[in-house]
Design a protein around this ligand. Structure first.
Ligand code: GLC
Length: 750
C-alpha cells in the first residue's frame, strides 16, 4: 500500500471533480471507473455471496445469483473454531472471485447487546474477545483469496429500531472495552481492506461524519490503512463525511454529492487534502481489487462447498441438555428404532436470516429427508404440528403430531422462529417461541418421555418452557446444510461440540438492556455500561437458563494441572484436557480472567482466550493459550489510554462462563499510570500522598478526631474525602489561596 500524501493527489492526473467522483459509487454495487482507476464490485456477505443480477437493493428483496449459504454468524460462531471459520472465509472468497466480486461486505462484529435486536443472527457474540477472534479468522480466510472484507458496522450499531438516526449513547469505557474492541482486534490483526461505517450516531454524531471515530481512532490509534465505506445510505452529509475521513459513499448518488464536494472545496469550506485522501484510498482499494483478481484461486465447486457448509454447521450445533430417560440418554438416536419427526421446520427448515445477508442457496438440505437417510429401516413419521403463519387448525395439527409421538420410540420436535419474526430492519418485542409451538411440545412430552427438541432461531429465546424436554439441541441458524448437519448430530455421526456465544436468560426482564432498549426519540442509552451479556448476569448473580460458553458433548472431559506463566506478551495458560468418555469429541477450553482488588469497576470475569481440542476416548492433551497482555487492559478515562493494572490476576480454565474446571493466580507488573493530582482532585485522592494528611487537614476549620473516637461520632476522613482541593479556599475563609494549594500539591508530588 503506497503511503498516502495528504498534501497532493495520489492520483495527480485527476482533476478535483474526478477525485470527488471517486468517493461515491457508480451505482448500487460498483464504484466508478475514473481515468486510470478501475471500477470495483462490492456485495453482501457475510455468510454467502448475494450478487444481484438485475434489480438491486440492500434488503435481500430482489433475486441474487445462486451461492452457498454457509451458517450465519449466530451459528458459525457457536463452533468457536477459528480454523473452520477461516476455511469458510476462504470458500466465500472463492465464490466471490467466481462471481466477479472484489469486496464482500462482512463480517458483522457488532456486539449482541440485547436479545431483541433483529440482526443478532448476523453477529458472533455478546463477548468482544470471541467476536474479534472469530472475525479475524474470517477476514484472513477471505482476503487470502484476493477478495477484500468490509468490517461492519462501525460502530455501536446494536439495534435495528430507528437505526438510521438513533444515537447510541455510550460511556467511554464500554465504548472502548466492549463496542469498539472487536473492530480494533480485527483491524490490527487482519487488516481488512475496508471498514463500513454504520447508520447510527455515536454520542450524537453520525458514524459517517464522525472524525474522532473514522480518523482519530480507526487510523490514528489503530493504524487502519484501507478505505472507509459507508453503509448503504448512511451518508447524511457527503461534505462532512469527506472531512471526517469517509472515503466511499455507497450506493452512488448519481454525481449529486460529488458536485457538493467540489463546490465546498471551491468555497473554501472543505480542505482539498481530504478529497485527495479519499480519492487516493479508493484508488488504492481499486488497485488492490484488481491485484486480487490475479491471485490463483480454486474454481468454485458447489458440492465441495456444500460439504464444508454441512461440516461447519455440524460443529456449530450446541447440545444444551441430554438427560437420561429410563436410564439412557435420548441422544444420539439409534438407527432402526421408530421415530416421529415433528414440527414445520423439519420439512421446511429455517436456516438463514432476512435482509441484506439473504442468500439464494445452491441447494437446501431438508432435515426430515436427511434423518430418514440415516434412520436405517425404521419407520420415520412426520407431522408439522403447527404452522408458522397462523393458518390451519392448531388443535388438529397438534393432535396429529401428538399421536405420532405416542406411537414412536422417540420424538424429535423442530421448533423455532419463522423468517417474519426476526430480521434486519426491525427488532423483536419479546424472546418467546410462538404459543402453538410450546403447546405442541408440552403435549408431546406428556405422551413421549423420549423427546428431543431442535431449535432454529437467530435471536436468543426464553428457553425455560422448552427445558421440560430431556434433550435439547440449539441449531441457531446453520445455513443451507442445516438439515444434514442436524441429522449427523442427532444420530451421533458428529459428536456435538458447539458452545453458546450468547447467554440464554430465564426472563427478558433479567437482561442487561431491558429498560434501555430500543431507545426513544432517536437516543438509546447504554445504561448497563460494561455489563453486557454474561458480564451482567455474573455481576448481579442472576440465574440463567444456559450460560455463555455452555455446550455438552456425547462424551465428557476433565481438566487438570492448570499452570500459568507471564511475560511481556501476556499470560500463558496451560491445562491438560482428558476425554473421560467413550467416544471421540471436541472440547472448547475457555479461559476467563478476573482482577481481584481492581482500582476500577470491572466485570467479575471476562473471556480472554480459548482453544479447541479433539480427543479420542481416554486421550489427554496439554492445551496452551496465550492471553494477550493488551486484552487484560482497561480503558483509563483520565489518561485516555489502555492500562494494565499491576497485581494478581485470577485465571479460570472453564467449560463455560459458569463451569470453572481449574483456577490459578499470577502476578503481573502494571503499566505506569501517573494521573497528576490537581486542584480538582479530591482530598480523598490527595490523602494517598505521603505527608498530605497532616498538611491538608491543618487547613480545615473542622473538628479533628481527638483520638478518643470522632467528635461527632462520624468518620471525618470519609466525610471530607469528596471535597475537591480547590474548595479549601472557601472552607479556610481566605487563610489559604489557590496559589498556596497549587504550591502544596507540587511539593507533595515532587
Ligand atoms: C444494509 C446493511 C449492510 C449491507 C448493506 C448493503 O443496509 O446494513 O450490512 O452490507 O446495506 O446491502
Amino acid at each position: 500500500m503506497t503511503a498516502l500524501d495528504p498534501t497532493g493527489p495520489e492520483t495527480p492526473e485527476l482533476s478535483l471533480a474526478e477525485r470527488a467522483a471517486l468517493g461515491s459509487g457508480a451505482d448500487f454495487w460498483t464504484t466508478k471507473a475514473v481515468g486510470p482507476v478501475p471500477a470495483l464490485t462490492l456485495t453482501d456477505g457475510p455468510h454467502g455471496v448475494r450478487l444481484q443480477a438485475e434489480d438491486a437493493d440492500h434488503l435481500g428483496i430482489s433475486a441474487s445469483r445462486p451461492a452457498t449459504c454457509f451458517p450465519p454468524a449466530v451459528g458459525l460462531g457457536q463452533s468457536w473454531d477459528t480454523e473452520l471459520v477461516s476455511e469458510v472465509g476462504r470458500a466465500l472468497g472463492v465464490e466471490s472471485r467466481a462471481l466477479g466480486v472484489d469486496v464482500l461486505l462482512g463480517p458483522g462484529v457488532n456486539i449482541k447487546r440485547d436479545p431483541r435486536c433483529g440482526r443478532n443472527f448476523e453477529y458472533f457474540s455478546e463477548d468482544p474477545q470471541l467476536t474479534g477472534t472469530l472475525a479475524t479468522a474470517w477476514v484472513r480466510g477471505l482476503q487470502s483469496t484476493g477478495v477484500g472484507a468490509s468490517l461492519k458496522h462501525f460502530a455501536a450499531n446494536n439495534t435495528e429500531y430507528d437505526r438510521m438516526r438513533s444515537s447510541s449513547d455510550v460511556a467511554a469505557r464500554p465504548l472502548r472495552e466492549i463496542y469498539l474492541r472487536a473492530f480494533q482486534q480485527v483491524v490490527q490483526q487482519a487488516q481488512p481492506w475496508t471498514v463500513m461505517c454504520s447508520y447510527n450516531r455515536i454520542n450524537g454524531t453520525y458514524a459517517s461524519e464522525n472524525r474522532w471515530l473514522l480518523t482519530d481512532v480507526l487510523r490514528g490509534e489503530w493504524g487502519f490503512d484501507g478505505a472507509v465505506v459507508s453503509d448503504w445510505g448512511a451518508v447524511q452529509d457527503r461534505v462532512a463525511s469527506v472531512a471526517a475521513g469517509l472515503d466511499l459513499e455507497m450506493p452512488g448518488a448519481g454525481g449529486t454529492t460529488d458536485a457538493q464536494v467540489v463546490a465546498a472545496v471551491e468555497a473554501g469550506e472543505l480542505d482539498a487534502a481530504s478529497v485527495n485522501l479519499a480519492a487516493a484510498r479508493t484508488a488504492a482499494l481499486a488497485a488492490r481489487g484488481r491485484a486480487g483478481r490475479t491471485l490463483p484461486v480454486a474454481p468454485f465447486d458447489p458440492a465441495a462447498h456444500h460439504a464444508l457448509a454441512r461440516r461447519a454447521a455440524a460443529n456449530s450445533v450446541v447440545l444444551l441438555k441430554n438427560d437420561p430417560v429410563e436410564g439412557a440418554p435420548v441422544l444420539p438416536l439409534t438407527a432402526g428404532r421408530p421415530l416421529a419427526v415433528l414440527g414445520a421446520f423439519a420439512a421446511a427448515p429455517r436456516y438463514q436470516g432476512g435482509g441484506s445477508s439473504h442468500v439464494n442457496p445452491t441447494q437446501v438440505d431438508v432435515p426430515l429427508d436427511e434423518i430418514r437417510a440415516l434412520a436405517g429401516n425404521a419407520e420415520v413419521t412426520h407431522a408439522p404440528g403447527f404452522t408458522t403463519d397462523g393458518t390451519g387448525d392448531a388443535a388438529a395439527l397438534r393432535a396429529e403430531a401428538v399421536a405420532l409421538a405416542a406411537a414412536a420410540d422417540t420424538a424429535v420436535v423442530f421448533l423455532g422462529l419463522a423468517a417474519h419474526q426476526e430480521s434486519e430492519g426491525f427488532d423483536r418485542e419479546d424472546i418467546e417461541l410462538p404459543r402453538e409451538q410450546l403447546e405442541l411440545l408440552a403435549e408431546v412430552i406428556r405422551v413421549q418421555p423420549r423427546t428431543a427438541v431442535v431449535l432454529s432461531h437467530g435471536g436468543v429465546l426464553r428457553l425455560a418452557p422448552v427445558t421440560a424436554a430431556p434433550a435439547l439441541l440449539d441449531g441457531a441458524l446453520l445455513g443451507q446444510a442445516a438439515g444434514g448437519a442436524l441429522a449427523d448430530v442427532l444420530f451421533g455421526r458428529v459428536n456435538p461440540s458447539g458452545r453458546l456465544t450468547e447467554t440464554a436468560p430465564v426472563r427478558l426482564q433479567d437482561t442487561p438492556a431491558y429498560l434501555d432498549f430500543p431507545g426513544e426519540h432517536s437516543h438509546v442509552a447504554y445504561g448497563e455500561g460494561l455489563f453486557v451479556g454474561y458480564r451482567w448476569y455474573d455481576a448481579r448473580d442472576i440465574e440463567v437458563s444456559f450460560p455463555f460458553g455452555h455446550g455438552l458433548s456425547y462424551t465428557e472431559f476433565a481438566y487438570s494441572d492448570l499452570e500459568l506463566s507471564a511475560d511481556e506478551e501476556g499470560i500463558s495458560a496451560s491445562v491438560t484436557v482428558t476425554n473421560t468418555g467413550d467416544r471421540t469429541g471436541r472440547e472448547v477450553v475457555q479461559f476467563y480472567v478476573s482482577k481481584p482488588g481492581s482500582a476500577v469497576v470491572r466485570p467479575l470475569r471476562e473471556l480472554k482466550g480459548h482453544a479447541t481440542v479433539t480427543l479420542d476416548a481416554g486421550a489427554s492433551e496439554r492445551v496452551t493459550v496465550l492471553l494477550p497482555r493488551a486484552g487484560l487492559a482497561y480503558w483509563d478515562t483520565r489518561a485516555e489510554r489502555w492500562i494494565v493494572e499491576g497485581g494478581a490476576y485470577e485465571v479460570l480454565a472453564a467449560a463455560s462462563s459458569r463451569d470453572p474446571r481449574a483456577t490459578a493466580s499470577i502476578e503481573l507488573v502494571g503499566d505506569e499510570l501517573d494521573v497528576p493530582l490537581t486542584l480538582d482532585s479530591t482530598l480523598g485522592e490527595v490523602m494517598s500522598l505521603p505527608g498530605a494528611a497532616e498538611t491538608l487537614t491543618a487547613l480545615l476549620p473542622f473538628p479533628q478526631d481527638t483520638g478518643d473516637g470522632d467528635a461527632l461520632g462520624i468518620d471525618m476522613a470519609r466525610m471530607m474525602a469528596s471535597i475537591p482541593v480547590r474548595r479549601l479556599v472557601s472552607f479556610a475563609g481566605g487563610a489559604v489561596t489557590t496559589a498556596d494549594l497549587e504550591e502544596l500539591l507540587a511539593r507533595l508530588q515532587s
